[in-house]
Unconditional design. Structure first.
Ligand SMILES: [Mn+2]
Length: 337
């Protein structure tokens, strides 16, 4: 084991312990980001469990959107309430996996000006809460939470271990991203020892696709465009693609990996038409080529190799592709790789 008997996250032990103590006897809302991914869903579930375990009087799980289909079995047992319809009166809020309070929901910042805590692993997190437990070295918020649970002597049950394992697997694309480190694998091993089942998680994530999602994948693959000698590859999704396939918004998750999988591609993206603009996901093969800086040009952010944005200024997808190609080209030309 990498850790032996040592703490996994000694730097956060005091802050996390203090947070658990503070929550005793209080009403706490745990809120993740809109359009939740596996890490967000699992981190919410796990923190809700820990707060209940530690004596919070009431704990609720919030998300603006529904739990995506692939994570429903993992999330069974945790009821999620829609963030926008929740009455925050009497509750303190902890956000998980959110780099920015705007990622919770459009109105969250007005309704909860300063959350109790933010637990996150995004390098772009701007420490917007009273207590900020931010670990950019963690491959997933679930890795950070699992490590802090073990350090605090908590013993999550099998269902929570499976959820945390899911969060790590999804954010690391099955332990293959450049964010995956020895500590990530060691935390995953501890979760497996505590009851997580890698094969159960794999079946949930990789053997339960809906045909509608594969239809959207087909549309995305057909739309792929290349630039800069094959170093840029991106595909576009129009509203019509969702209508004709019956796919859901959540079905865009993972599509960008197909563009990145192509030999020679250094920068990959999916650009999606939304009602008032364009949503984008960006991936790079090397963290030296900063996906988060490219996303920031369009009001977004994220990780060095995986970032996203939602441009809601009425820009049309067709106008935007040229702007995006130019900005992507500048990044490719400036990168020494
Ligand atoms: Mn995450």
């Amino acid at each position: 084991m990498v850790f032996g008997e040592k703490d996994i996250f000694p730097e956060f032990k005091e802050a996390f312990g203090g947070l658990l103590d503070y929550c005793k006897g209080r009403k706490i809302a745990v809120a993740g980001h809109m359009r939740p991914d596996g890490d967000c869903v699992s981190s919410t579930i796990a923190l809700v469990w820990a707060l209940r375990e530690c004596g919070a009087s009431e704990v609720v799980a919030l998300n603006r959107d529904s739990v995506p289909f692939l994570y429903r079995n993992i999330a069974a047992g945790t009821e999620f309430i829609k963030t926008d319809s929740f009455d925050f009166d009497g509750f303190e809020t902890i956000t998980v996996d959110c780099a920015d309070p705007k990622r919770v929901s459009d109105t969250f910042s007005e309704r909860v000006p300063c959350p109790l805590a933010s637990i996150d692993h995004h390098v772009s997190n701007n420490a917007f809460a009273k207590t900020n437990i931010i670990c950019p070295d963690s491959a997933a918020t679930a890795e950070l939470l699992a490590g802090m649970f073990f350090d605090a002597g908590l013993r999550p049950p099998k269902e929570v271990c499976n959820a945390l394992f899911t969060g790590i697997v999804t954010d690391t694309r099955s332990f293959t991203t450049n964010s995956t480190r020895a500590e990530t694998l060691a935390v995953a091993a501890k979760l497996a020892a505590a009851g997580a089942s890698p094969s159960y998680v794999a079946e949930q994530l990789y053997q339960r696709e809906r045909p509608e999602k594969l239809g959207l994948l087909a549309a995305y693959l057909k739309s792929l465009r290349f630039g800069y000698g094959g170093r840029l590859c991106y595909g576009i999704l129009r509203k019509a693609d969702f209508d004709s396939t019956g796919a859901l918004k959540e079905d865009t998750d993972g599509l960008v990996d197909y563009a990145r999988s192509i030999n020679g591609v250094r920068l990959a993206a999916v650009l999606e038409e939304i009602s008032d603009g364009v949503k984008g996901s960006i991936r790079t093969k090397s963290p030296d080529m900063r996906a988060d800086l490219l996303a920031a040009k369009f009001g977004g952010g994220g990780h060095k190799s995986a970032a996203g944005f939602s441009l809601r200024d009425g820009t049309s997808l067709d106008e935007f592709t040229g702007v995006f190609e130019k900005a992507a080209g500048e990044l490719l030309d400036n990168a020494d790789i």
